[in-house]
Structures are given as C-alpha cells and as structure tokens.
Design a protein around this ligand. Structure first.
Ligand code: FMN
Length: 411
C-alpha cells in the first residue's frame, strides 16, 4: 500500500490492474454520466464551520446502528463485483470490515455465497436482497440469510429496470461474460488480473457463479442467456416490503429512496431504516444527489427510523457532512472495491483506514469531539445563510436531528 494516501490513489491503482471493461463497470455511471459529478458538486456545496479551543484529544467516532454500538459511522455498501476484482473478493472486503469494526453488506449478486462469507469473515453482516419475479426464490435467500446469522436485511429498490450503461456496450464487459476480440485484448493487457483472479477461479472451480442465487439458477457467469436467471425488480411494490417485514424479524432496511414521501411509506410498511441513495450515480442519470434529499428525509422520518446515505463518499469530511445533516451512518461502495482490486483484503482495509483517519482528523479540525455532537450548526450550505451561532462545544444532538434552521433553508 506504498504511496496510497487517499481513496483516489486506490482508484488509480485499481485502474492499473483491472481490465478496462471491469474497471469502468465499477467506476462509471450511466448514460451521459451527469449523476456522478452532480453528487460531487452537492457535497462540495456544503462547507464546514469549525469551532476552536475544544478538547479534541480523544475524538469518538462511535455510532449506534440498530441498537448496537459500531466503532465507526460508516458501513460497506452492497456491491456485486468484489469477487470479480479479487479471488473471493467478498470475503476479503468482509474480513477487512470486520477487523475495522464496520458492518459489511453482502450483495445478492456476489460471487462468494453468504454462508461462506459468514463462516470465513465474521463481523457484523447485513444481506442485500434483489427479488425475482417468482418471489419464493427471494424468500429462500431471506431464510438462508437468517440461518447464516445475518443481522439485517437490506432491500434495494432503485433498480426496477436495467440501467443503460453504454460504456459497457463499448468496452465489451457484459453479464453473462462473453469473449470478444476486444475484451480478450483488454484482458491480455492486464495479465496480473487474469493470472491472479480469473485463472485461479478457472483452476479451482471454473468460471465463477453468483453463489447466492437459488440452486436451480446458479450457473457460470459465462452462461447465456441471463434471461430469467437474473433478478428482476420491475414488478416490486410496497406490498412486497410488507411481506418481507413479516418474514424478517431483524432490522429491515430499504435502500435506494430519494424522496421523503418514499421514506415515509417505508416507515409505514415496517422498515427500520432507509438508505438515501442513487446507487452511486449508476442507475438514473438525472437523479437528485442523495445528500440534497437527506435533510428532508431526516426531517420526515428521522425520529422513527434510522436514515443512512450513500453515493460519492470519498473523504472523511464528506462523511462528517452527512452525519451533521442527520444521517445515522454512511455507506461506502466503490472505495473498498477499489481497495480490494488493488490489493485484496489489505487494500480494502486501507480504504477503510483512510476514511477512518480522515473522519477523525476532520472532527478534530472542526472542534467536534464526538460524532454524536455533529449537527447542522457545523455546516453552511452554499446559497443559504450561515446558521445561528451555537455555543462551543455543541450540545449533544440526538441522532438524526439536524437543526430546523438548516432543514428549512435546504428543503
Ligand atoms: C460495481 C458496483 C456494484 C454494485 N452492486 C450493487 C448491488 O449488487 N446491490 C445494491 O444494492 N447496490 C449495488 N451497488 C450500489 C452500492 O451499493 C452503493 O449504492 C453505491 O456504490 C454507493 O456509491 P459509491 O460507490 O460512490 O460509494 C453497486 C455499486 C457498484 C459501484
């Protein structure tokens, strides 16, 4: 991890080792790719208002997720690709998360099965669910997640139909995997990935599979056509959430909402938490940046449920901004993925370490000794007046309760 000082360094390292098709699948957005820069601009629009002469010699980053303490205010988001970036990549990221004290969310579309991740990584595990038109297949996964000891079920709802990722049509990356002269050349130019990852799978057990899929759908990633084997979410409704609530007695998280109205519906259907997310800018290109919606969602449901946010978090300072706007925690997707692509478990661990160090440093420079004391008094959103002065140190704010002044300004 020499020379890796921030998440962008990890990204560039990942770019060097991965075939272009795979790197772009992780890195890029959708259609005209407006969502990703818009997410970054929205985060940049928020400035921090530091207080001074506050004892920050022992800053606390501890947060409570679903009633249990978590050492850090972030968690690993579900990403289907880790096992393609590194052999058993999901286990590598989950182990790094467990060691860092960070919850890890396993995707339905992972290469390693949920049972193996639970057995080999430990730590705090959440399971992300995509649904099949035949709901019984999804309920099978819910039962397996419970039997394997997963703490929370996260249902992703922002992918009702397949997003339009045109660069993948151009760079030759597709699922099912197809060998073309273009991607064969791409792989040939990245022999490290081929020998360290793909060839190792081939020698061990053949072309990888989505191991969480129900047995009858579990075929190699190269098997065509994907057709009905892929989860399909276009017929999902709120009734499905109500049904999942009946079947899952642990924390139920709805991921991928961008309006306070949907957050409220989630609450009424029995969800314990929402993730305000636009899928890292990978799905609906013109979607509103999650950080812009966050205060409204917190205002609407923050007293009754936990509100998480993701998309575009690359710096500890960005995490601090989200917490100050009332998020219970932040999910990070690409940061640990770039880490695992660069150096397996050590790379994922480095990503989490960077975010931890940056978060702690920003708290110190901000004059805030405890993440639980973050509030919108520490923020100024561009175009809005500076919030009224707060005494230093700021009073202990309850989770998820940004000050009214900022909420009104930014709503
Ligand atoms: C390569 C990749 C695969 C993803 N796969 C899933 C998935 O299987 N399920 C899901 O709910 N979200 C998935 N996501 C979205 C992430 O959970 C998360 O919302 C997003 O990555 C957050 O943005 P960030 O990458 O900028 O941190 C994926 C994201 C990436 C980059």
């Amino acid at each position: 991890m020499q020379g890796i000082h921030n998440i962008e360094d990890l990204r560039l390292r990942a770019r060097g080792v991965l075939p272009r098709g795979l790197f772009e699948f992780v890195d890029r957005g959708t259609e005209d790719e407006q969502a990703i820069p818009r997410i970054q601009q929205a985060l940049e629009q928020i400035a921090l208002r530091p207080r001074v002469l506050v004892d920050v010699s022992a800053c606390s980053t501890q947060r409570t997720f679903f009633g249990k303490p978590s050492r850090l205010p972030f968690a690993v988001a579900p990403t289907g690709a880790a096992g393609l970036l590194w052999v058993d990549g999901e286990v590598a990221v989950a182990r790094a998360a467990a060691k860092a004290g960070v919850p890890f969310t396993l995707s339905t579309a992972s290469i390693v099965s949920m049972e193996r991740v639970a057995a080999e990584a430990g730590g705090r595990l959440w399971f992300q669910l995509y649904m099949w038109p035949d709901r019984s297949m999804s309920y099978e996964l819910v039962d397996r997640a419970r039997a394997s000891g997963y703490e929370a079920l996260m249902v992703t709802v922002d992918t009702a139909v397949t997003p339009n990722r045109e660069y993948n049509l151009r760079n030759g990356f597709s699922l099912p995997l197809k060998i073309t002269s273009q991607n064969a050349l791409d792989v040939a130019l990245h022999p490290g990935w081929f020998f360290n990852v793909f060839a190792r799978y081939l020698l061990r057990s053949g072309v990888p599979r989505f191991e969480n899929y129900p047995e009858k759908l579990r075929r190699s990633l190269a098997d065509a056509p994907a057709g009905r084997r892929m989860p399909k979410n276009d017929s999902l409704t709120w009734d499905d959430l109500r049904e999942l609530r009946k079947r899952w007695d642990g924390p139920l998280i709805l991921k991928g909402i961008l309006t306070p109205e949907d957050a409220d519906m989630a609450r009424r259907c029995g969800a314990d938490a929402v993730v305000v997310s636009n899928h890292g800018g990978r799905n609906l290109d013109a979607s509103i940046p999650p950080i812009e919606v966050l205060p409204q969602v917190v205002d609407r449901v923050g007293r009754n449920m936990e509100v998480y946010v993701d998309s575009g978090f690359r710096r500890g300072g960005d995490i601090v901004k989200a917490l100050a706007l009332g998020a219970r925690g932040v999910l990070v997707g690409r940061a640990p993925l770039w880490g695992v692509a660069a150096a397996g478990e050590a790379g994922a661990a480095r990503a989490l370490q960077i975010l931890t160090e940056e978060t702690t440093r920003v708290l110190g420079l901000l004059g805030c000794p405890d993440v639980d004391r973050l509030s919108s008094e520490f923020l100024r959103v561009a175009g809005t007046p500076v919030p009224a002065a707060a005494p230093a140190p700021a009073p202990l704010a309850s989770h998820g309760a940004p000050s009214r002044s900022l909420l009104q300004e930014s709503s």
